[in-house]
Ligand binder design. Structure first.
Ligand SMILES: C[S@@+](CC[C@H](N)C(=O)[O-])C[C@H]1O[C@@H](n2cnc3c(N)ncnc32)[C@H](O)[C@@H]1O
Length: 420
């Protein structure tokens, strides 16, 4: 990586516009800054127009996430890449990549041979809050195929990663890690000897005064030692000309009349707001689209439920109808059962009566049979009793009849019972 960084740095250095400075690159930074501050600025003409054209021609970056804090500075990211043409750009603190991708987009657009490095643990800090690995994965998915050929996402602590950069190799450094005074000083000091003669260092949040944010204190110190320009919008962005040979346009920013500085601030601020509002409006439109999709989905589900509901009602109506049919059949069956019960009762009564009659007839029959047998016995007894008298009567009759007719001699008169 070291040799790639050296090559990139050398390449872009060849086309840079050099600031007027004879200071040795190896000279002490504090002394260099003092020289910069005290040396009269050479460019008399206004470069406001140059900056305004850089601002206006800068492309709005596509990467606009929910972290809006840096988005208003993205027009300046385009401008400084275009003006400084850094061989090596390093960002300390990248998070979702709103700032880093603004620089990368400008590098890609200008076709520079810049090597870019984003350094972050991608686990968060006390100010950004802690977060999970999906943030880095999401950034990689956006970044790798667009910028992977010149840019690298380095997951490390800032002070661990510094060893990857040779001395005096970094032309543009953006410091946006933890925002306490100690952390910002430490980050600047850690990378200080890696800064090239053309180096510019950007500090985000120079205007933030809340919590224990202390960038403004570090900025106040450094801005008194190096040529400096500060954008005050969107929490502030400090532009510190640390190198002794930064391009003239950048030095002009620091020395321009107040009115021209204000013009540059106003234009970048207005453009920045446009970028942020565009991002916000895109997200809102995206939310509107999602809401429409959810509405369409809900409509679809409503239709499905309505169809299912209608079918269910049809089935309920059908079931009601069948229930009525069954109820009618059930009622009829109960009527028939009741009728059958009634008839069974009638038959039972008739049957009982018939049995009673049979029983009483049998009793009568038995009595009659007994009477018949008694009568028969009496008759036979009477017959037996009367038989001798009957025979005597018959004999008397016979005698009478035969006596009247006088039978011939030799004729023996027959008794009537002799024939029997
Ligand atoms: C304010 S955010 C960066 C915002 C980003 N520049 C943007 O435009 O949205 C700070 C990031 O710095 C990282 N960070 C803080 N201190 C760090 C350190 N010492 N080493 C590595 N990463 C650090 C955090 O993980 C966090 O993602």
């Amino acid at each position: 990586m070291m040799s790639a960084i050296r090559q990139a740095s050398a390449h872009n250095r060849g086309v840079a516009i050099m600031a007027e400075s004879t200071t040795s690159p190896a000279a002490d930074m504090t002394n260099t800054a003092t020289i910069h501050k005290t040396k009269p600025f050479a460019a008399a003409e206004s470069l406001a127009g140059t900056w305004l054209s850089h601002a206006i021609l800068g492309r709005f970056p596509d990467r606009r996430t929910i972290i809006e804090g840096w988005q208003e500075h993205s027009p300046f990211a385009s401008a400084i890449i275009s003006v400084l043409r850094p061989g090596v750009f390093v960002e300390l603190g990248t998070h979702r990549g709103d700032s880093y991708c603004a620089f990368c987009e400008a590098i890609a657009l200008t076709g520079l041979a810049t090597k870019a490095f984003a350094i972050d643990t991608w686990s968060g800090d006390d100010h950004a809050g802690t977060y999970e690995s999906d943030i880095l994965e999401d950034l990689r998915a956006y970044h790798d195929h667009r910028y992977g050929h010149f840019s690298k996402l380095v997951q490390a602590r800032f002070d661990e990663a510094v060893g990857q950069f040779p001395a005096k190799s970094i032309d543009l450094l953006h410091i946006d890690g933890l925002h306490t005074e100690e952390a910002v000083r430490y980050d600047f000091e850690t990378y200080r000897d890696r800064l090239s003669d053309r180096a510019v260092v950007l500090f985000h949040d120079t205007q933030a005064r809340h919590e224990d944010f202390g960038v403004y204190k570090v900025w106040r110190d450094l801005a008194s030692k190096y040529p400096a320009f500060e954008f005050t919008h969107s929490s502030g962005l400090g532009v510190l000309m640390v190198g002794s040979q930064v391009p003239q346009e950048l030095l002009w920013l620091c020395h321009a009349p107040e009115s021209e500085q204000r013009l540059v601030r106003d234009v970048f601020s207005a453009l920045g707001r446009a970028v942020r509002f565009q991002g916000r409006s895109e997200r809102l439109w995206h939310q509107v689209d999602e809401a429409w999709q959810r509405i369409a989905q809900a409509e679809h589900e409503r239709e499905l439920f309505k169809t299912a509901h209608d079918e269910a009602w049809q089935r309920i109506a059908q079931a009601e109808h069948e229930r009525e049919l069954f109820k009618t059949a059930h009622d009829e069956a109960w009527q028939r059962i009741a009728q059958a019960e009634h008839e069974r009762e009638l038959f039972k009564t008739a049957h009982d009566e018939a049995w009673q009659r049979i029983h009483s007839l049998e009793e009568k029959l038995a009595i009659l049979d007994k009477e018949r047998r008694e009568a028969t016995a009496q008759k036979e007894a009477w017959q037996a009793f009367t038989l001798p008298f009957i025979r005597l009567l018959d004999f008397g009759h016979w005698v009478l009849r035969t006596g009247r007719r006088r039978p011939n001699a030799g004729q023996t008169a027959k008794h009537p019972h002799d024939n029997h």
